[in-house]
Write a protein that binds this ligand. Structure first.
Ligand SMILES: Nc1ncnc2c1ncn2[C@@H]1O[C@H](COP(=O)(O)OP(=O)(O)OP(=O)(O)O)[C@@H](O)[C@H]1O
Length: 345
């Protein structure tokens, strides 16, 4: 077998999300042929690729059909940057918003961040919920204070492989912030621009609930890749979620998908499923991708209070499986968006 035969075979394998073949997408980084054995090195567009298994099976099938006996696929990953990086060193800024408070937005943001980091991405988590910061607590760093770097930037804290900054790490615990719009604007700008985030693939931003100054301030000042809306499935939450959707659309921020949190509850003693808030409601937000349905689960709350996101503390639970799938599907959508604007090779 010749290397060119392998490349020809790989030209028939499409990335299932990007709908173009691996060779023209530049994802084939190496091919080695040694008799019947073929090694293929594929570079994924995110380490959190939800379709790694499918790509591996498709590559193997195509190269075997071309005559190889022993096909080995090795993966690496490089997050595809958008046409314009969000901030120096930061590829993608992803906003996590909600219409209503208390729907689990911060929990979902923390779990997405932890899951992407566990998959090997470089991840930051910025708590823009300045009035009700909960990220410090959920990451297990309530008592910690942010320090300054030598060039007087804020040094993000780091836990569970995620760099983060929360007002909870700047202001004394339990004290209310009484700030006007311009002060909020400047606090959020400092978190974004005066923090030493370093090189990040994804900066996840936990927005305050609703549609206010902070949301506007961020969408107007950085090149945001897209937003995720977290909602619970009942009508009162969906009405507010629809408002958040409208706000992002008006600000020209693409909506990458919706997470239906507290979607259902499986009683641990009987195994009976209860659709407490009406599972499937998020589909009523017409035309948006539902990234996942996360069940109501005592462990999600306990893990948040214990400072370790559930995807790490209880990776096998149904909620963690759903949250991990949300994170990977989101990463896939980000890749599609980033590569869509690139010219055909
Ligand atoms: N799927 C879930 N199962 C059980 N508890 C959950 C789930 N999601 C979130 N919670 C809990 O619900 C509470 C509210 O969650 P969280 O703080 O993430 O919501 P939020 O939408 O960010 O709230 P806020 O409006 O204050 O920003 C927390 O105690 C959290 O641990």
């Amino acid at each position: 077998m010749h290397q060119d035969d392998v490349l020809a075979a790989l030209r028939t394998v499409n990335d299932p999300e990007l709908h173009r073949d691996l060779v023209s997408l530049g994802m084939v980084k190496g091919v080695r042929v040694d008799g019947d054995r073929v090694d293929v090195h594929v570079e994924l567009t995110t380490p959190a690729c939800p379709l790694r298994g499918t790509i591996e099976a498709d590559v193997r099938r195509a190269v075997e059909a071309a005559g190889a006996r022993d096909v080995r696929v090795e993966f690496s990953a490089r997050v595809a940057p958008p046409a314009q990086p969000a901030l120096p060193g930061v590829k993608h800024v992803l906003l996590v918003g909600s219409g209503k408070g208390g729907v689990g937005k911060s929990s979902v943001a923390a779990n997405i961040a932890a899951s992407l980091a566990a998959d090997g991405a470089r991840v930051g988590l910025m708590d823009a919920d300045v009035y009700g910061p909960s990220i410090a607590h959920m990451m297990g760093a309530s008592g910690e204070k942010v320090t300054a770097t030598e060039d007087r930037k804020m040094r993000p804290l780091e836990r569970h492989g995620v760099k983060f900054i929360s007002m909870g790490n700047l202001s004394p615990a339990g004290q209310a912030l009484v700030w006007r719009g311009p002060m909020l604007h400047s606090a959020v700008q400092q978190f974004l621009k005066d923090a030493a985030w370093g090189e990040l693939d994804y900066l996840i931003v936990d927005l305050p609930p609703g549609t206010g100054d902070v949301q506007l301030s961020i969408t107007q000042s950085v090149n945001v890749t897209g937003a995720v809306i977290v909602t619970t499935p009942q009508d009162v939450a969906l009405i507010d979620a629809a408002r958040a959707v409208d706000m992002f659309r008006k600000a020209s921020v693409p909506i990458l998908g919706v997470v239906e949190n507290m979607s259902y509850f499986v009683a641990p003693d009987t195994g009976i499923t209860y659709d407490i808030f009406g599972r499937g409601g998020a589909r009523k937000l017409g035309g948006l991708t539902v990234l996942g349905e996360v069940p109501l689960d005592t462990e999600v709350r306990q893990d948040a209070d214990g400072g370790v996101p559930s995807v790490l503390a209880h990776p096998q639970s149904a909620a963690s499986v759903a949250l991990r799938s949300v994170a990977r599907t989101l990463a896939g959508r980000v890749s599609v968006q980033a590569l869509d604007v690139l010219p055909m090779v």
